[in-house]
Design a protein around this ligand. Structure first.
Ligand code: FES
Length: 299
């Protein structure tokens, strides 16, 4: 399931070169694998999908990090103003309290990523953990009346959380962790019906991969005669659903175990937070035809 990162190109700035190097650096993979296995083994039950943000339709982690980052940034502003020390102290404490749920959601998502993403995610977590330590020390100094030290530690914490935020941005936008990897399907598949094969090409109980325009789809002929078709690339990280297990009217992604309902693509289990695009199907003259089910489609 691991992907290969592109080599650095001429003209890339130093930050991008360092981040590309970090993506390819496998030295911490043994640690990453051990920690990720432990996170995946936590008995969270349905709470795991709550942490992923399946209920929200996209990862919940970026939402939760607003609270500590916003609190600490506001505390830094108040630290620069005369007579606002008490408010800054409170905001530092609020940020520390909010860091735990943010970290939990991030850890749950991180455990289900490719190695290249996990390497960046690990450094992102180290930077943010450093920030938490610095802010905890800052709060302790503030409570003991050592205001100058408290402020200085706060500014160091803000620097660390800034580094963590930059890495989080790289992870989210350049490495597309957390993005819906099936979003482009509606833009690539043409309107109307598409012929994808003869009836004999789709044996009962087997997942068959076909192409519609430039989009791979998975077709499943169920024992009750129903034929279902979904976009093949999993919305989580584009894993091939046609290689997944079929059971109870659903397909399970072979990469991280997201489960999608065959009839409509609903993501009944994460880590995928977005459903899978679904296709209507019909037999015409012994050939299977599929049509992308669009939200604005009446029939
Ligand atoms: S690619 Fe991760 S669950 Fe499908």
């Amino acid at each position: 399931m691991s992907t290969t990162s592109p080599r650095p190109r001429t003209g890339q700035n130093l930050t991008l070169r360092l981040l590309d190097r970090l993506e390819r650096d496998s030295r911490a993979d043994a640690v990453i694998d051990a920690v990720a296995a432990r996170v995946r083994a936590l008995p969270l039950g349905r709470g795991r999908d709550v942490l992923h943000g399946r209920w929200l339709g996209h990862p919940v982690h970026p939402l939760l990090v607003q609270v500590p980052v916003g609190s600490w940034l506001s505390a830094a502003v108040l630290d620069l103003l005369p007579g606002r020390t008490r408010g800054a102290d409170v905001l530092v404490g609020v940020g520390l309290a909010a860091a735990t749920p943010a970290a939990l959601t991030g850890a749950a998502d991180w455990a289900e990523l490719h190695h290249e993403q996990q390497r960046v995610g690990l450094v992102h977590a180290v930077a943010n953990t450093t920030a938490v330590g610095l802010y905890a020390a800052s709060l302790a100094c503030r409570l003991r009346g050592r205001r100058a030290a408290g402020r200085a530690l706060g500014f160091l914490g803000l620097t660390a959380v800034g580094v963590g935020g930059m890495l989080g941005g790289h992870l989210a936008y350049r490495q597309a962790s957390g993005a819906n990897h099936a979003e482009e399907v509606a833009h690539l598949v043409g309107e109307g019906w598409h012929r994808v094969g003869g009836a004999a090409d789709f044996p009962v109980g087997r997942a068959v991969r076909r192409m519609v325009d430039d989009v791979p789809i998975v077709v499943v002929h169920e024992p009750d005669g129903e034929i279902h078709a979904l976009a093949d690339r999993c919305s989580h990280l584009a894993g091939p659903l046609s290689e997944g297990a079929i059971a109870d009217g659903c397909v399970e992604c072979p990469w991280h175990g997201s489960v999608f309902r065959l009839s409509d693509g609903w993501n009944v289990r994460g880590p995928a937070t977005a459903p899978q695009p679904a296709f209507d199907t019909r037999m015409v003259d012994g050939h299977l035809e599929v049509r992308l089910r669009r939200h604005d489609q009446e029939d």
